[in-house]
Ligand binder design. Structure first.
Ligand code: G3H
Ligand code: 13P
Ligand code: ZN
Length: 349
């Protein structure tokens, strides 16, 4: 059943756990996530980027998601737009039936150029008004991730546009959003860190400070793949050419979850798992040409990664904690102010 992301994150906050948000582009990725959720009894966030929507012509993805909610009715499922680049992109996702959208106004519409604070506030506020009127959740971002390899990011090493905690407070107050993505040194894609991250490159202290100032706001970690060595090794063992690289250690994500992180975005780890499994089959059995011969192992490999993350993030076992509120209840809550963010806490500054 479809659920609003706001409700899912409020529940995660009550339960003290995080929820993985996994990117999808096709049927097999959706199946991997839903199977992992069923096995671990987890609520899920399934997210689609602009690239995914264009790859699947939107309607294919939408109907696959409808199929997922029919086939896995017991699983609270959020359908989320990842990195919306403009209010128009968010509007089209809302019209298609997404229960949550990200307005990433930290970058301009090109998805590359860091924007001004004023631009970010204006576009995010516009989306909040449009989305909340329909009971849809809004994620915004303050500060920019590094890297550019998959098309989102300000370039650089992730330390150039870190979130300023003061600005984070002002941003929440001015936009009224539901979830706040922050920049703490991570980047999208496989090449996040050239050695194991330390407090100098992965700024968990910044995250903890933001949480101290915004104790009631759901925080989101992007670029949170761990890029495990074993997944890199499988790709390279079967003819791939990945350069040595490090991701975000799961223990750091767990530290984040103890400090207000409720949504954790993971795409790259699943891409690595799928590609490694396909390479292995094609390398070991070059005579094979039925796509099912490699798509099934690929699906299983992604399911394994997703199930591991669901367990590590703590969402496992929480799939039956709550019944999804009707969208009319969410609309009412936004209208009467009961779902307004409560950014500050006396004495927190
Ligand atoms: O934010 C980045 C996600 O990994 C989605 O990437 O735009 O290549 O689909 P994508
Ligand atoms: P990764 O590239 O680390 O998986 O990050 C995905 C992400 O942040 C999607 O928005
Ligand atoms: Zn992201």
């Amino acid at each position: 059943m479809l659920v609003s992301m706001r409700q899912g994150l409020d529940e995660a906050s009550k339960g003290g756990y995080g929820v993985g948000a996994f990117n999808v582009n096709n049927m097999e990725q959706i199946q991997s996530i839903m199977e992992a959720a069923r096995e671990t009894k987890s609520p899920v966030i399934v997210q689609a980027s602009r690239g995914a929507r264009s790859y699947s012509q939107d309607r294919f993805l939408y109907h696959l998601m409808v199929a997922a909610t029919e086939l896995y009715p017991e699983i609270p499922t959020v359908l989320h737009l990842d990195h919306g680049n403009s209010p128009a992109t968010c509007k089209s996702a809302i019209e298609m039936g997404f229960t949550s959208v990200m307005m990433d106004g930290s970058l301009m519409e090109d998805g590359k150029t860091p924007s001004s604070f004023e631009h970010n506030v204006a576009v995010t506020r516009e989306v909040v008004e449009m989305a909340h009127a329909k009971g849809v959740t809004v994620e915004g971002e303050i500060g920019c991730l590094g890297g550019i390899e998959d098309g989102h990011g300000a370039g650089g090493d992730g330390l150039e546009h870190l979130t300023d905690p003061d600005q984070a407070v002002e941003f929440v107050e001015k936009t009224g959003l539901d979830a706040l993505a922050i920049a703490i040194g991570t980047s999208h894609g496989a090449y996040k860190f050239s050695k194991a991250p330390t407090g100098e490159t992965l700024k968990m202290d910044t995250l903890i400070e933001i949480h101290r100032r915004l104790p009631n706001v759901h925080l989101v970690m992007h670029g949170s793949s761990s890029v495990p060595k074993d997944l890199q090794d499988i790709i390279n063992q079967y003819g791939g050419k990945l350069k040595p690289t490090w991701g975000v250690p799961v223990e750091e994500i767990q530290l984040g979850i103890r400090n207000g992180v409720r949504k954790i975005n993971v795409d790259t780890d699943n891409r690595l798992a799928i590609t490694g499994a396909i390479r292995k089959v094609l390398f070991e059995s070059p005579e094979k040409f039925d796509p099912r011969d490699y798509m099934k192992p690929a699906r299983d490999a992604m399911k394994k990664v997703v199930a591991e993350r669901m367990t590590e993030f703590g969402q496992a076992g929480h799939g039956k904690d709550y019944a999804p509120l009707p969208i009319s209840e969410m609309i009412k809550g936004y209208a009467n102010g009961s779902l307004d963010p409560r950014p500050s806490m006396a004495g927190a500054r």
